[in-house]
Design a protein around this ligand. Sequence first.
Ligand code: CP
Length: 307
Amino acid sequence: MSRFGRSLIDVAVMSKSDVKAFFEAVRARSQTADPPISGVLNRKKMRRASLLFLEPSTRTLSSFAIACSNLGIETLTLIGDQSSVSKGESLEDTLLTLEAMGVGLHIVRHKGIEELQQVSAKLQSIVICAGEGTSFHPTQALVDGYTLWSEGLDLSELRLLFVGDVRHSRVVRSNVALLSLFGAKFGFCGPQELLPSASDYPDVSRFQDLEEGVGWCNSIMALRVQLERHDELLFSREDYLKKYQLREEVLGNINKNAILLHPGPVNQGVEISREVFLSPRSRILKQVENGVSVRTQLIFEMCREWF
Ligand code: CP
C-alpha cells in the first residue's frame, strides 16, 4: 500500500512526514537526468491507465498523460461527451468496463466526491482524483505545495493569500488541507460573494482590500473567476479589475521573497496582468513543469507493484 493509500481522492489521508518524504522523492526524480522508470516494468500486472475527464482540463490531463508515458504506462483518454457516460452509463459501470479491459489505474475528473469514493472502494484498480467539482484537487495541492517547498520557502512560516474566486476553488480547499499540516496560515481576498463562509474556514484571515492582503502575506495565489459556476455576478468586470486584479503597482509592497502562483487556467488581463504573469516572482509555468514530476512520482508510488 502506498503512503497515499490505495486510491487518492483527498489530501486528508496524508501526514506531514508523508508529504515531506514525497516532496524529497519528487525532487530526487526531477534532478535525475534520465529518470523515467526505476525498476523493470512487471508485464504480468495491469499497466494501463484511463484518463476519464468529465470536466475540461489542459494541464492536469496533459501532465498525467506525460507522467504515464514517463513510466511506460499505456493510457486511454476519455473526455466528457465522447465517453458513454454521456449516454447514461454510470461512473461505476464505466470504470468496471475499463477495468475488464485491463486498466489498473483510473485518473478521474468528475463532479461528485461521494460517488467517486464509493466507486473506488468497489474496484480492484487504483483511482486518483484529478479534480472534483468545487471540493477536491489533491494533485494540484501536491504540485503547489511542492513548488513552494522546492523554492526554499519555510512552509511553517507561510502566509498564503488566495485572491479571486475562493468560494468555488477546489484548489484552495485541498491546499489549505495540505499546507495546514506544516502550520501555514491563509488569507482570502475578493468580493464578498466570491469568498466562502467564515464557518467553513474559521482560522483564515479575510481581506476586502487587496493592498491590505498583500501587506499581510508572504506568497500569493491568484484564482480565476469561475464564470461557469455562477448564475450571475453582482459586481461589474470593471469594478473587479480595479479592486482585485494583481498588477505590479498593487504588488509593490509585497514581501521580497514572495512568489506568485496560479493553478491555471489563467485569464491574463483579468485576475492578473500580463506583466505580473511574466514577472520574476511568478512561478506559474514552474507549477506546470512541476506538475509532471509530481504526478510521475505519485503514479510510481501508487502503482509500485507494476515496476
Ligand atoms: N489546474 C488545473 O486543474 O488546470 P486544468 O483545468 O487545465 O487541468
